[in-house]
Design a protein around this ligand. Structure first.
Ligand code: FES
Length: 315
């Protein structure tokens, strides 16, 4: 993954917990191109690697990358470091943009955003609506108006902004009951919203449904398996609710990690035997033949034999 060193040129608090960061090349050069749905991986001053969607629609020679970071409730960590340690003038190492949530052509769209999940969807809406296009519907679900980034932008006739603190959860079924091959659905938000949309669109053609999963893989589909640590033959049970990374650590194998979301590659291990269900966003197809990203990926087979990669250590 190629890396850039960019300078923070502006910050803005969009809500009490969401801050917008504008990143530019220190020499004023244009940045690598990107399209709506793209993200960058930012190394925070505290050393965490975090994936953030680019909130602007992008194009061929952007002058800046703009990301929004919601401060997590868990104190320090990646978002805490972004809020506490980054100011105008701070230089950050970021990856070149990548896109695993690309905007595909369609006669019409239904976008469903939950909270900070608006970020990639805002980029798509701006791109689609720039030419006055209609048939681009938004459902934007947040707790309250105060906690809604970009609220003022989404007051059009095709926008529904729903605040659960005032009105309870929104019933999505009326929007999803009738499958329509002329509509693409894009959903980004917390896992419960994603699971709900998945369940409510089970009767839709799969190719019409697009989910952004950068925070963590969707749960509910994991099976237990056994991991064998090749250097000493130690056997570690990996229950359905634990990641391979967490289970190895519990078994005394110390594997380094950073993002714990399958985007940075720090926890990559060699696979010596067994079949892997890859859930990461970092390995190439070639690397997937012999590697596993332990924080998110799992075994398809009952047993998997893993060990340190040649270029990375684990003890
Ligand atoms: S810790 Fe970043 S991919 Fe696993």
């Amino acid at each position: 993954m190629s890396e850039l060193r960019l300078r923070v040129s502006r910050t803005t608090d969009l809500t009490p917990t969401v801050r917008r960061f504008v990143l530019q090349d220190p020499g004023g050069c244009a940045l690598p191109a990107y399209e709506p749905g793209a993200h960058i991986v930012v190394t925070t001053p505290a050393g965490h690697k975090r994936s953030y969607s680019l909130v602007d629609p992008g194009g061929a020679r952007p002058r800046e990358y703009v990301v929004c970071v919601r401060r997590g409730s868990g104190g320090r960590g990646g978002s805490g470091s972004m809020h506490d340690d980054v100011a105008v003038g701070t230089e950050l190492v970021v990856s070149a943009p990548a896109n695993r949530f690309p905007l595909r052509p369609s006669p019409r769209y239904l976008f469903i955003a939950g909270g900070i999940g608006i970020t990639p969807i805002r980029a798509m809406l701006h791109r689609l609506r720039a030419g006055g296009r209609t048939g681009v519907q938004l459902l934007y679900l947040t707790r309250s108006a105060e906690e809604t980034p970009f609220l003022e932008e989404f007051a059009g006739p095709e926008d529904t902004v729903h605040h659960s603190a005032e009105r309870g959860p929104l019933d999505l079924w009326p929007y999803l009951a009738a499958p329509d091959d002329d509509v693409r659905i894009y959903c980004c938000g917390p896992a419960p919203l994603m699971r709900a949309v998945q369940a409510l669109t089970a009767h839709w053609r799969m190719s019409r449904i697009h989910m952004e999963e950068f925070a963590a893989p969707l749960g509910g589909m994991s099976s237990p398996f056994t991991a064998v640590w090749a250097p000493d033959g130690r056997r570690v049970e990996v229950p359905a609710h634990l990641s391979l990374l967490a289970a190895l650590r519990r078994g005394g194998v110390l594997v380094a990690s950073s993002c714990e979301a399958g985007v940075c590659g720090t926890c990559r291990l060699a696979v010596l035997d067994g079949e892997v269900e890859h859930r990461d966003s970092v390995l190439t197809e070639g690397e997937r033949l012999s590697n596993v990203v332990a924080c998110v990926s799992r075994a398809r087979s009952a047993e998997i034999v893993v060990g340190p990669c040649d270029d990375e250590g684990a003890a």
